[in-house]
Ligand binder design. Structure first.
Ligand SMILES: NC(=O)c1ccc[n+]([C@@H]2O[C@H](COP(=O)([O-])OP(=O)(O)OC[C@H]3O[C@@H](n4cnc5c(N)ncnc54)[C@H](O)[C@@H]3O)[C@@H](O)[C@H]2O)c1
Ligand SMILES: [Zn+2]
Length: 381
């Protein structure tokens, strides 16, 4: 059933990975969808051609979120906005600062200026935030019975390959525990800072002007349509590209670092849920699977799924500046407020990704080595 008073929805970045799945779900539920997307070449290829999966029932407008007049026209014709357009690449943001701040922070500022100063009937604004704003996840020391929020590991420790955090009181190893929304935020990249800007700006302006708004703190999303040739984002897609090109997945540290992998269909469901329900208004909500998975395990599982079990991941024991060791989501708030329940198991989700990727091999140009070189040239890895 559709939400009361919401018929027309604008999805910015709607041609992208999350945006296209969100658009499909909205259309399936009977909403009229307009997409604004500039077909960023890093994601969609140098020709800027719309992908074949672009939903024919959506109105696609080619354009930039920074184009004030175009965005004003679109905003004034809809009842709700799901704002996903952004530059998405943690490492890259550390040497293309202006590009990230423009698309993410300024793009959102542009949208908010329009919502404040123009007449419109927008009743809901959902914005894509990210787990990257936490920095390290939450940890516990069993011996001291205390919780800790460590900052980044020092270069000295990383050089000695001491990957894990230890308790600042007793020195025992710390155990990672689910990270909840109350954890103090600590950005370790320009990308994370822009995500935090987006989240805080949207919630502040939303509260001030009574525009119901929700910030979705996505964890690591994977699934079909993730740009396979974009080496800057999404490690399931980057590993996929490597393996399909008969190269081993390149794993930093010892591979035992963990992340929370959530399937894109669950993210689309959460986006639409946040748009339709008012319980989560003016709040930031974690959206993940709630389950930690090691990067090594992910790489090995993908090698098997692509029928290349002998292509073992390359465990580099190198590190990237700004990388965290563990972070996985406490999803209680999403469960309570949005009735959110991850429905796609890792087994099924990686199956969906791999069967899609096998039929899109042509899209899997592996440019990871260039990306790694860019990081190494700047001493970021
Ligand atoms: N994929 C993840 O794991 C993840 C995790 C946390 C947060 N997020 C956030 O979710 C959102 C969607 O991410 P995604 O994974 O679908 O990325 P994506 O790159 O596939 O999609 C982003 C889309 O935005 C478009 N875009 C970029 N800059 C634009 C601009 N200036 N004007 C108009 N369109 C523009 C791109 O062409 C692309 O289609 C982003 O805001 C991202 O920061 C993603
Ligand atoms: Zn301790």
């Amino acid at each position: 059933m559709k939400a009361k008073g919401i018929h027309k929805v604008l999805v910015t970045g709607g041609v992208g990975f999350v945006g296209s799945h969100t658009t499909d779900l909205l259309i399936k539920k009977g909403y009229e969808v307009t997409i604004l997307d500039n077909l960023e070449p890093q994601v969609h290829g140098p020709e800027r051609n719309p992908p074949e999966y672009l939903n024919k029932n959506a109105i696609f407008v080619y354009g930039n979120i920074l184009d004030h007049d175009l965005l004003s026209r679109l905003v004034c014709g809809v009842d709700a906005i799901i704002h996903l357009a952004a530059m998405v690449g943690v490492g890259q943001s550390m040497y293309q600062v202006n590009r990230y701040v423009k698309a993410n922070t300024e793009g959102t500022a542009n949208l908010l200026d329009i919502l404040i100063n123009r007449e419109h009937s927008v009743k809901k604004l959902v914005v894509a935030s990210s787990m990257s704003i936490y920095g390290e996840g939450k940890y516990h020391c069993g011996k001291c019975s205390a919780y800790f929020f460590p900052q980044l590991r020092t270069e000295e420790l990383l050089r000695k390959r001491q990957w894990d955090h230890s308790c600042p009181n007793c020195g025992n190893p710390l155990d990672p525990v689910p990270t909840d929304e109350e954890k103090p935020l600590f950005s370790t990249s320009i990308y994370a800072m822009t995500k935090r800007h987006q989240e805080e700006m949207v919630l502040l302006i939303g509260k001030t002007y009574g525009i119901a708004s929700v910030a979705m703190r996505y964890f690591n999303i994977y699934g079909s349509r993730q740009a396979l040739s974009n080496p800057y984002t999404g490690c399931a897609a980057i590993f996929t590209s490597r393996i399909l090109n008969n190269k081993p997945a390149y794993v930093f540290e010892d591979g035992n670092q963990t992340r929370d992998f959530v399937h894109v269909k669950d993210i689309a469901g959460a986006n639409v849920g946040a748009m339709e329900h008012s319980n989560a208004n003016y709040q930031a909500i974690n959206v993940g699977s709630g389950i930690p998975l090691s990067i090594r395990n992910l790489a090995e599982t993908l090698s098997r799924l692509y029928d290349k079990p002998d292509l073992q991941p390359y465990i580099s024991n190198e590190y990237r500046k700004g990388d965290i060791r563990h972070c996985f989501a406490d999803i209680s708030k999403a469960k309570d407020l949005l009735d959110y329940k991850p429905s796609v198991s890792l087994h099924d989700g990686l199956g969906e990704l791999s069967s899609w990727a096998k039929t899109h091999k042509w899209g899997a140009v592996d440019s990871f080595s260039n990306c790694l070189k860019e990081l190494k040239d700047r001493k970021l890895a």
